[in-house]
Design a protein around this ligand. Sequence first.
Ligand code: HPA
Length: 276
Amino acid sequence: MDDTLKENIKESIQSIREYTDIKPDLAIILGTGLGRLAEDIENSVVIPYDKIKNFPISTVHGHSGNLVLGKLQDKFVVAMQGRFHRYEGYTMKEITFPIRVMKELGASIIIISNAAGGMNRNFQRGDLMLIYDHINLMGDNPLIGPNDEKMGPRFPDMSQAYDKELISITEKTALEEGIKLHRGVYVGLTGPMLETPAEYRMLITIGADAVGMSTVPEVIVANHMGMRVLGISCITDLAIDGVVEKVHFQEILNAALQSEPIMTGLVKKVIKNIVK
Ligand code: HPA
């Protein structure tokens, strides 16, 4: 068995340990819609990705690259400020390497956010969607290659890729807070182009409610390592009944920024309600 992955994780953790000895319970990927949550992390230790051995470095516009450790709602957290995408040219293994590091740091739960195009006719721009399942249409997979049984099984179960209890806590919290929260299936494609009308129709037909270019690789690896996953999409644009309006990336960012306070508020309450 090739021990390189284990060794690489160990080296990353050694880099992190030069800054802090915090053992986080919870990992968060601050994707689109959650970026500002980093500001709420108390006594935070901010580690630029380029100071962490073996970490990839984020290039995409609108994302910075730091690992932030500290306390949020009385829980120790590790947050990725900036994530990696397949369309940037990273391999699926590179994209998901930080997930493995956060798990080895101690996190057993991971919260992931993203921006997604809405295809369900009940959705409106700016709505939030709780991901209850996904479809991998990236044509690739981070688990391809030799498997280290100590890290996770060769054939991981994906029957509950998104944790039922976390879904239930989140829906209950949204109800209490009066936040509209849909439930849906997220389909992951590589991008970087948005979809053609024919592609949107296909994605609706195969059972997806929202489409995006992230999350699926991270959720696969989180499941491989036995982490409990919570995923929330911010619906930034709509392609309903095959009617696709011209979308500019800036509009996607603007819609995400508008939903950010609601998404951030919800996630903070959810973290509070997660009983350890
Ligand atoms: N398609 C793919 N990715 C996206 C979209 C979309 O419509 N909106 C935001 N990310």
